[in-house]
Design a protein around this ligand. Structure first.
Ligand code: ZN
Ligand code: ZN
Length: 133
């Protein structure tokens, strides 16, 4: 499946790119450090710089995207259908959530002359596991 997506976007379906995509998919949302550790287990010769270069290419082609938590941590995920996120303040887990952003869009007062082309909502809270501690 990723082979086709890569080719459609003019990228060669190299083993490394395929491994990167399937690792991201496996985690759902993953930080670069974690991704590097697990890719490194599969490809011990892969340098961090190469990983970053691949990540940037995949990002430019909109095959993966960044998810920002607390405006500091960056997670990567493969682009699926439009969704928003819930994150647990305690353990940091991130879940995809479905949310209708249209009411936000229609109720917001924007600075004069501005327009919105994307809404990403991040909900912060406590997950089931952490709540039952
Ligand atoms: Zn939690
Ligand atoms: Zn997501």
């Amino acid at each position: 499946m990723y082979q086709t997506i890569l080719k459609e976007n003019g990228l060669k379906a190299t083993h490394q790119r395929l491994a990167i995509l399937s690792e991201i998919e496996k985690y759902g949302h993953v930080q670069i450090e974690t991704l590097y550790e697990s890719i490194h287990t599969l490809y011990p010769t892969l340098a961090l710089g190469t990983l970053y270069r691949n990540i940037n290419e995949l990002k430019e082609k909109n095959i993966i995207q960044e998810v920002h938590v607390n405006n500091s941590k960056v997670y990567y995920e493969t682009i699926k259908e439009k969704h928003h996120h819930f994150t647990c303040k305690e353990c940091g887990m991130i879940e995809d959530i479905q949310l209708d952003a249209e009411p936000i869009h229609s109720s917001v007062t924007l600075p004069k002359g501005s327009s919105v082309d994307r809404i990403d909502v991040m909900l912060y809270g406590t997950c089931d596991k952490c709540a039952s501690h």
